[in-house]
Design a protein around this ligand. Structure first.
Ligand code: ZN
Ligand code: ZN
Length: 285
């Protein structure tokens, strides 16, 4: 009998079918997942609709790489090519029979685009559906978080202000997610660009508000390893009644798949969550 897997499934990765995964490779990520002994991998490709305000540097990058900027200088999100994406999943399932490969989407700001997303969710049969927030509003405009925090972001967009605004909007989003969404992705997204030390206790109240809203909705909290999620936040998740946890490298290239999963699994187990009896199920309390 095979022994239980030591690492969780990677429930949040991107391949060449995501507009920002320049080095993405679905087959390469599957090969890496097999090498690491992951029980499963989900390809949760980006589906965005918000026309983000961009700082000069990202605008230049987006124009150069993929022509994803409109006449007004704001982000023009491209559609996901669902048919070719699903064909690529089929191909990888045939090539890697030892690995469970799950289909998925990462919906950016889905509470603002419910009607536009509905047909995609109805037709795709996606096995992992993540709800994500990547932007914050300043002066009535949706800034990409990374850009709002950069030196050419709005003057009042300090990293502290961005995080508070982000958590407020995340709670509003969670309260208004389409039924198909199973997981809140990267609750701490602004920390990816954080400068200096970060103390979760200084933001306990807004984090708890998001977590309480999420627990009431019955969805899972994502434990991302991109910036390792603070153990305090997972402990609060358990305290407010959160039931399920998913694990996420948010890899945009094969080498990042499953990154930091052993440490994350240990931390989550220490917070009172247990692996599911199905190797690719969410972990539960
Ligand atoms: Zn994301
Ligand atoms: Zn992602």
């Amino acid at each position: 009998m095979a022994s239980a897997p030591q690492v969780p499934a990677d429930d949040h990765t991107h391949s060449e079918w995501s507009w920002d995964a320049h080095a993405g490779s679905m087959a390469g990520s599957c090969a890496r997942a097999v090498e690491l002994g992951l029980p499963a991998i989900a390809f949760t490709e980006h589906v965005d609709a918000t026309r983000w305000v961009l700082a000069d540097r990202s605008r230049e990058e987006l124009v150069r790489d993929r022509h994803l900027v409109g006449e007004d200088g704001r982000f023009d999100p491209p559609p996901l090519d669902v048919d070719r994406y699903l064909a690529s999943v089929d191909d990888c399932r045939a090539r890697f029979p030892q690995l469970a490969i799950l289909t998925g989407v990462e919906l950016g700001e889905p509470h603002r685009f419910r009607d536009r997303i509905a047909p995609l969710l109805a037709s795709g049969g996606f096995e992992r559906v993540l709800g994500s927030l990547h932007s914050v509003e300043f002066h009535g405009l949706p800034w990409l978080v990374d850009d709002a925090m950069s030196s050419d972001g709005p003057e009042d967009a300090t990293q502290e202000a961005v995080l508070r605004s982000y958590l407020g909007e995340a709670a509003a989003m969670v309260a208004d997610l389409p039924d198909e969404v199973q997981v809140l992705a990267h609750i701490d997204y602004p920390l990816r660009g954080w400068r200096g030390p970060f103390d979760p206790a200084a933001y306990e109240e807004p984090f708890r508000h998001v977590l309480t809203t999420l627990a009431a909705s019955g969805r899972a909290l994502e434990v991302s390893t991109r910036v390792p999620l603070a153990p305090e936040i997972v402990a609060w998740w358990r305290e407010v009644g959160g039931r399920a946890v998913s694990f996420a490298s948010d890899a945009h290239e094969p080498s990042a798949v499953g990154h930091g999963f052993a440490a994350a699994a240990e931390m989550v187990e220490g917070s009172g969550f247990r692996r599911d009896r199905h190797p690719h199920g969410f972990w539960h309390r």
